[in-house]
Design a binder for this molecule. Structure first.
Ligand code: GDP
Ligand code: MG
Length: 485
């Protein structure tokens, strides 16, 4: 999907503006790429429609090409389709143990204080349930928890706000149909240092789950993960058994473990399980394989259920929280270029950008504009991060150079802050005006920098101004279109 979309996008001319007619062929190709990647057809159509509306509705941003704008629209639609940006990913109940009692009610819809959080894993045979049980156990027990931070907050707590976990996890082996399943879970449990509860293959899985829950309560486990049996296909027995387990252990999370390689099939499966047993979300496994993205894109659109984790390998460490925005970048295969477009357009509004260009052209760029630009850069994150996000730039600029550049920017800002309003709007006061020498002395006194340093900045500023004027003028000559935008 990545390759297909990026080749469609390359068909945009560098300065082409987005028009209804202009994007039709691109949309048609993207739709085909989505369907080829096994995205559900309704989801693909909704995406295409959204991209069309977005790219036509959006103002043209100076300095952003039609191509970039189209990609951004595509990206935004994908993110929405997969559940919004990572900030919006709701905290999993499994993350909430220990804060159940103190955290605001709105964030907690789970169990009674003191009860362990119960996670029930469901899915077809071979989807990766047992592996996911081991992975989740490791994910939860891995680190320490600092509850003090989260309890204060009245916002829903997000996965990435909780870097530390130190959960006492019990794994329950409730797949009694395949004798090897119990051994498999026991081996996994041992490898991640988590206790496994089993009662052999002759016991009803419902009784196993019940006994596991009692043990968890009695022995102070805060999380119980129940591994269940799967079938080749959905059948009534499987669903009935899951429903009985659900009734008994009242899980806080019922997660469908589903294989990403099955493409849009994963989405319809999620919908089917949801209508039968009620899911809180899905774990999409085997994302490391050559899945073409259809499952990741379709699951939420078809079933309404969020993907909460992805499995990216066979090892127990190969589990990642699902971030729709990261997944969208990955699907588009354009790395973080997108986040630059996004941040750039947010930081510097279209109007400001146009005004800046006009000012630059006429060499009217002043110290206030400089500050505004500096702030825009800051909104985009540090210079270093910015530079590293640029494809091909990583390693081109040394960390040392970046630190120097950032320091210099701060210094220049400090100098500008000591200027009067008049001086900020009229940089020539520092060179042509008779009073320039006194002004520089005053700035030196107020900012604490030497007059040499201040002169140096002012001379650099003037050079920059001349250069900007030259550059924007010649760009205008090469690109006569740009004037009417
Ligand atoms: P279950 O029948 O649903 O319990 O599935 P298992 O947990 O036994 O997994 C079936 C197979 O898929 C095993 O060989 C696992 O190693 C493999 N598997 C599970 N998750 C992943 C994953 O995220 N990536 C890859 N490459 N393999 C996985
Ligand atoms: Mg299994």
């Amino acid at each position: 999907l990545a390759g297909a979309i990026s080749s469609v996008v390359k068909e945009f001319g560098p300065r082409q503006r987005i028009t209804e007619e202009g994007i039709k062929p691109a949309l048609r190709s993207v739709r085909r790429a989505l369907l080829d990647a096994d995205v559900n057809i309704d989801v693909a159509d909704a995406l295409i429609d959204g991209v069309r509306k977005r790219s036509l509705g959006e103002e043209v941003i100076k300095g952003v090409t039609a191509e970039q704008q189209f990609v951004k629209a595509m990206y935004d639609e994908l993110v929405d389709m997969m559940g919004g940006d990572s900030e919006a990913t709701p905290l999993m109940a499994v993350e909430m143990i220990g804060i159940k009692t103190n955290a605001p009610a709105s964030t907690l819809a789970v169990g009674q204080p003191g009860d362990p959080v119960v996670v029930l894993l469901a899915g077809l045979q071979g989807a990766g349930k047992t592996t996911a049980a081991g992975k989740l156990a490791l994910y939860l027990k891995e680190r320490e928890v600092d509850y003090s931070v989260e309890v204060e907050s009245d916002k829903p707590i997000m996965i990435n706000d909780l870097p530390k976990r130190n959960r006492k996890v019990l794994l329950a082996a409730a797949d009694v149909y395949r004798p090897a399943a119990i051994t498999q879970l026991e081996i996994l449990g041992k490898s991640v240092g988590v206790e496994v509860f089993s009662m052999g293959t002759d016991t009803d899985p419902v009784d196993i789950a019940q006994a596991a829950l009692e043990k968890a309560k009695a022995e102070g486990f805060d999380t119980l993960i129940v591994d269940t049996a799967g079938r080749q296909v959905i059948d009534d027995n499987l669903m009935a058994e899951l429903q009985r387990i659900q009734k008994t252990v009242k899980p806080d999370e019922t997660l469908l473990v589903v294989d990403a390689m099955t493409g849009q099939e994963a989405a319809s499966l999620t919908a089917a399980f949801d209508s039968a047993v009620g899911l809180t979300g899905a774990i999409l496994t085997k994302m490391d394989g050559d899945s073409r993205g259809g499952a990741a894109v379709s699951v939420r659109g078809v079933s309404g259920k969020p993907i909460k984790f992805i499995g990216v390998g066979e090892r127990t460490v190969d589990l990642e929280p699902f971030y729709p925005d990261r997944m969208a970048s990955r699907i588009l295969g354009m790395g973080d270029v997108l986040s630059i477009v996004e941040k750039a357009s947010a930081a510097l509004s279209t109007e400001d950008a146009a005004r800046m260009t006009e000012k630059a052209k006429n060499a009217q760029f002043d110290f206030d504009d400089f500050l505004q630009q500096a702030n825009a850069v800051k909104n985009m994150g540090s210079l270093g991060k910015m530079a590293k996000m640029m494809p091909g730039m990583n390693g081109m600029i040394s960390d040392e150079q970046l630190v120097t550049a950032e320091k210099r920017l701060k210094k220049n800002e400090a100098m500008i802050q000591c200027m009067t309003t008049e001086e900020r709007g009229n940089p020539d006061l520092f060179i042509r005006d008779k009073s320039s020498r006194e002004r520089i002395q005053r700035l030196a006194d107020e900012s604490g920098y030497s007059t040499t340093e201040i002169r140096q900045f002012i001379s650099e500023f003037q050079k920059m101004r001349t250069m900007m004027s030259r550059m924007t003028k010649s760009a205008g000559a090469m690109n006569p279109d740009s004037d009417e935008e």
